[in-house]
Design a protein around this ligand. Structure first.
Ligand SMILES: [Cu+2]
Length: 116
């Protein structure tokens, strides 16, 4: 490679290495999603059960089961209607916080959206 490219690669390498530990440290035990994560309901479970999203994220749930499910916030911030197979529900989170939710038809089904 031309000398100037090689020097540029050397200069960039330390910065990339320095960023690595920070990225690992910031990685939580739960799923960190994009601003538009998709949560799939399957086998009476929200998958993933917990997502971490930025403020302004729109989370979409899709029902992959062959029985109806709902998505209802514990504090009633959102409440879908009963979703049949392949139906979707979306909610945009405009404030930081921890949003616990459940399926009102099967209250043992629970999930959490953490908005940062
Ligand atoms: Cu359900």
């Amino acid at each position: 490679m031309p000398a100037f490219l090689f020097i540029a690669a050397l200069a960039a390498a330390p910065a990339a290495h320095a960023a690595m530990p920070a990225m690992h440290a910031a990685m939580p035990a739960t799923r960190v999603a994009t601003a538009a994560p998709l949560i799939t309901i399957g086998n009476f479970t929200f998958g993933p059960m917990q997502v971490v999203v930025p403020v302004g994220a729109t989370v979409t749930w899709v029902n992959g089961d062959d029985v109806p499910h709902t998505v209802r916030a514990v504090d009633n911030a959102f409440h879908s209607r009963a979703m049949d197979t392949d139906e979707r529900f979306s909610f945009t989170f405009t404030k930081p916080g921890v949003y616990s939710y459940f399926c009102s038809l099967h209250p043992q089904m629970t999930g959490k959206v953490i908005v940062r």
